[in-house]
Design a protein around this ligand. Sequence first.
Ligand code: AR6
Length: 184
Amino acid sequence: MRVEIASTWLELVDGDITAQEVACVVNAANSRLAGGGGVDGAIHRAAGPTLMEETRRRYPEGCPTGSAVISSAGELAAEYVIHAVGPVWNGGQSGEAEQLAAAYRRALELAHEQACASIALPALSTGAYGYPVDLAARVALGTSIDFVSEHSLPSLVRFVLFGGGAYGAFAAALEELIAARQDY
Ligand code: AR6
């Protein structure tokens, strides 16, 4: 699924984030930038050891929840990896939505600062961190739509969704958000 918003294409695909030919890919990191499973494991495996060496050297304090940091991308096709830290789901009353939105916003800002034309993002927090994917989809897409409405870069924002009904949840949320915009 693909929609045009201002000068940006917003795309949903079912697939593996490490296989995307884009300027930057977003990693679903933890706040210690310590590596792990899921997207984080796949990105570090595909990028090789230079990724961890660089993040350890440049960000010894890690990265707070609701933010993101940038590194080069090792052996990935991308130029940069943006390590974004989403919240752990704790029932939804602990600021999770705000933190998730902030992590996406910072990731998009970093891509914009580096003049990246294209970015691939995963469904942050919806795996090990337990965020319900239908709720996460609204936050992820709402934040991205707001960002691309005000910035011309990246001109391609691609959500790469993997298993567990993530694609269907994101497609439903995108249809709702687009319909709501047309009601203005
Ligand atoms: N490409 C795209 N999406 C993927 C891939 C892939 N290769 N692999 C998994 N997903 P998760 P989180 C989906 O657990 O919830 C790590 O250990 C997955 O199905 O990667 O933010 C980190 O080190 C799910 O929908 O990230 C942290 O400690 C989504 O990506 C912690 O997990 C996110 O799942 C972060 O947890």
